[in-house]
Design a protein around this ligand. Sequence first.
Ligand code: SF4
Length: 309
Amino acid sequence: MNQSNLQFKITPHLEKLAKKSEAIRKQFYPSRKEKQGKKKNLDPLAEEKNSPVKGLIYRYSDRALVLLTLNCAAYCRFCFRRRAVSDIRKGLLSRTDLEAIVDFIKKHKKIREVIISGGDPLTQPEILRNFLKKIVCLKQIKIIRIGTRLAVSDPKRINQEILEILKLVKKQPLYLLLHFEHPDELTLETKKAIKKLHSLENTILLSQTVFLKGINDKKEILKELFEGLTALGVKPYYIFHNDAPSGTEHFTVGFKKEIKIMTQLRKELSGLAYPIYALDKKGFPCKIPLPLDFDFSFLRQSETKRQSA
Ligand code: SF4
């Protein structure tokens, strides 16, 4: 079978939203198209090959990515890690696993940033607390980043307990990377959750998005989303081309259309509201920024002039 077995899971909050928003419905309710993927391409970034210790992915020398859990409040059908996400049994990290991760980080002194992802790390407060306690005191760690979708999928769970856990990060700046796909996700409850996260000192809120066919592949939709996030104090950070692991191909928009949208958005949005449009590709040392459709002939002309001067 080419597809992973990403389970179906949705929260009452999203269920209610899905009744009036097709964009929400398409993100969380399974479709038959998930079974039509042709290529066996479950792990396009070869994360599993780059996992020296259970729960840790090491692709860039100065950063360690920790998949703290494979659980989420709701499962997005386009999930990039759908090969493993929702397999709770496989994703459960024991204290021994956490210690092995910390040991690996300590042995690799170049690591200065820990990115905590999953799954959704905020859905496992106990594990997150234990792990943060272990890494905040490592002198080599200068930055902590946490990726989460909880403010969208179950905003009420951004509660006092979560805030207290996040407050453990005091010595380093905490970058919270919130995942948003569509302006329909900016509900009153989500805005309240964002406000609570803003009450944390030392914390910077960023967003990331994936281009999704039939969901956000229109300039007006993304403009509303990025302007809305910026007005809430969340800086749009990345928008990615869909890496299309098997079972998510039907969400891929295509570069031509994406470039057209992003070029137009670049003309209409302030730099603050405009995210980096990028592709994550196996074998590259970084996320690859994708080009926009501007006429750059002036660069050649100015270089020719400079050389002949
Ligand atoms: S919240 Fe993130 S990890 Fe969880 S299913 Fe959605 S995209 Fe995947």
